[in-house]
Design a protein around this ligand. Structure first.
Ligand code: ATP
Ligand code: MG
Length: 252
């Protein structure tokens, strides 16, 4: 039986009276690649902000792993219980090498003093190697991050999340700006990762959604318009009318 890793209950978020999210309820199943799609301004990023503790909701709950209400925790506390997030813009340390970025990420699990003064252990080094192989950056290990291609920077950032032993990762537009080949490579990477980690993805690229989604939730003006499998959702006349029919695939 599948387990619900995230149970979003009646979530609302207002900014000065403007309802960016209005009574959103949905469940994310463990091990799934759950996509949130919808037009610009639909509230997708706001939802990720709430799940990772960056924005506090006006009302509602988000129950993680059947016991924690994430709305009551701070961002760093949520990383410790397994929730991590990649932002819309890549945030790797550009002047450091690929390896040094991974080293910083893996040390995030430690307290501050330990992360400053202790070297990475043999085990941690091995883990970095495994992740670099998974994200196909082993050959770029000593390259300065700013010299990586756009796609490679995105993969490095995903690798940095993996170094933190997360159970739920949130990705905001991970394939934006990528060509088809890099997009497919990202999808295959997510498939591998989802074997031991649940993934929530916000994306506009409908081909990518079709190829890799376990479940899709469509947001429109802060509310859920439809959800289910990709085929059903993309044939829903309401979804076509507010999003797909307006060239949703090409929105950035
Ligand atoms: N901090 C904020 N203060 C005020 N309004 C905000 C804030 N953050 C988001 N909004 C508004 O909430 C709405 C939802 O924004 P959000 O960024 O969640 O949309 P999105 O679905 O991620 O869109 P996109 O596809 O363009 O990234 C928008 O109208 C936005 O202007
Ligand atoms: Mg957004």
């Amino acid at each position: 039986m599948t387990k619900t890793i995230l149970d979003i209950q009646n979530l609302s978020i207002s900014f000065d009276g403007f309802k960016a999210l209005n009574n959103v309820s949905t469940k994310v199943e463990e091990g799934s690649i759950h996509f949130f799609i919808g037009p610009n301004g639909a509230g997708k990023t706001t939802l990720l902000d709430a799940i990772c503790g960056f924005t506090k909701p006006t009302s509602g709950k988000i129950i993680y792993n059947e016991k924690y209400d994430v709305t009551k925790y701070k961002e760093y506390e949520l990383v410790n219980i397994g929730i991590g997030r990649k932002f819309q813009v890549p945030s790797v340390f550009k002047s450091l090498t690929v390896y040094e970025n991974m080293e910083l990420a893996i040390k995030k699990n430690r307290n501050i003093l330990a992360s400053l003064f202790e070297k990475v252990t043999k085990q941690e080094n091995q883990k970095i190697d495994e992740i670099l192989t998974l994200i196909d950056l082993k050959e770029q290990r000593d390259m300065i991050a700013s010299d990586l291609s756009h796609g490679q920077k995105q993969w490095l950032e995903i690798g940095m999340l993996l170094a933190q032993d997360l159970k739920l990762i949130l990705l905001d537009e991970p394939v934006a700006g990528m060509g088809r080949r890099e997009t497919t490579k990202t999808g295959e990477l997510l498939k591998k990762i989802s074997k031991h980690c649940t993934i929530i993805v916000v994306e506009h690229d409908m081909q990518f959604v079709r190829d890799y989604a376990t479940k899709v939730t469509v947001l429109h003006e802060g509310a859920i318009l439809d959800e289910g499998n990709v085929l059903d959702v993309q044939n829903n006349p309401k979804v076509i009318s507010v999003y797909l029919g307006r060239g949703g695939e090409n929105c950035a």
